[in-house]
Write a protein that binds this ligand. Structure first.
Ligand SMILES: Nc1ncnc2c1ncn2[C@@H]1O[C@H](COP(=O)(O)OP(=O)(O)OP(=O)(O)O)[C@@H](O)[C@H]1O
Length: 273
């Protein structure tokens, strides 16, 4: 069972005081190689909630996340993150980003990995106690206390993913961007991780943007951005999506919206002939 420790509250603006969205995109366009991967999309990510980014493989979820955290080239349009343009140096310590490929050192233990990243985040002799506390809390948050002294290289894929998540939780970020964090995890761990995500949003007032291509995870989000082929099909709550499409599940709602988009594209093609 995942342990949810009571970490420190976030620094900065208290939860729900700042009503501006955590992320605001207008006309966001991204080219990768010769392809336009995101096509002039508009969306917002509200603060203090979990927004799910869902869509089929290759639709542009990772590209959108990389744009938000400032690691993507050839980004045009407006993209504001926590009140700054994406990639602004001020955002470095305020965003936690976990990529699909776990970024951990295999020849270090779980604790050594976290000590290393904690030393970068909170340098100096005076902060040693704080670092120790942050590392212990992050390891506990992701339920790796019993593996704290195991080499990362000897962990399973899911456990290595959780080390990456623990690194992202070290600095108690205001915005957590998690690229498919539950891939390859068993149902119990998936449930525990989602409980952790909800706890981070509720207790720390953090904003979470979580991608997945597993539609049942959509039901666990406060809001959803449904993507297809570099475009946003819907930006709404799971309830509103089900109601507006007269569907029983978010998956059925998504399929309904895809059918509508395909039909609209066919009509447009017909009229421009
Ligand atoms: N380095 C790259 N150079 C050129 N094109 C790329 C590169 N990386 C991704 N792409 C293309 O950009 C598109 C979007 O990729 P992206 O990784 O954002 O999709 P995704 O929705 O995250 O997919 P998945 O769920 O499989 O991770 C894909 O069509 C992919 O082929």
């Amino acid at each position: 069972m995942m342990n949810i420790s009571s970490g420190p509250p976030l620094m900065g603006t208290p939860p729900n005081m700042d009503k501006s969205p955590a992320v605001r995109a207008e006309g966001l366009t991204v080219a990768r190689g010769p392809r336009t991967v995101l096509r002039g999309i508009d969306f917002t990510v509200p603060r203090g909630q979990i927004t799910g980014l869902l869509g089929p493989s290759g639709c542009g979820k990772s590209t959108l996340m990389r744009s938000i955290v400032g690691t993507q080239a050839k980004v045009t349009g407006t993209l504001d993150v926590l009140g700054h343009p994406a990639g602004h140096p001020e955002l470095r310590t305020r965003i936690g980003y976990v990529t699909q490929a776990p970024s951990v050192y295999d020849d270090l233990t779980v604790r050594q990995n976290l000590d290393y990243f904690a030393a970068i985040l909170t340098p100096g002799h005076g902060a040693a106690d704080q670092r120790h506390e942050n590392v212990a809390r992050a390891i506990q948050d992701v339920d790796l206390t019993s593996h704290a002294d195991a080499l990362a290289g000897n962990l399973s894929g899911g456990q290595r993913n959780r080390v990456s998540l623990a690194v992202a939780l070290l600095g108690t970020p205001e915005l957590l961007v998690l690229d498919e964090p539950t891939v390859g995890l068993d149902p119990v761990l998936r449930r525990d991780l989602w409980n952790l995500f909800h706890d981070i949003a509720a207790r720390r007032g953090a904003t979470l943007l979580i991608s997945s291509h597993v539609m049942d995870e959509a039901e666990r989000c406060h809001r959803l951005l449904l993507m297809r082929e570099g475009q946003i099909l819907a930006d709404d709550t799971p309830d509103a999506l089900r109601t507006s499409t007269d569907s029983e599940t978010v998956e059925a709602a998504f399929l309904h919206l895809v059918d509508e988009a395909v039909a609209a594209a066919a009509r447009e093609k017909e009229t421009t002939r």
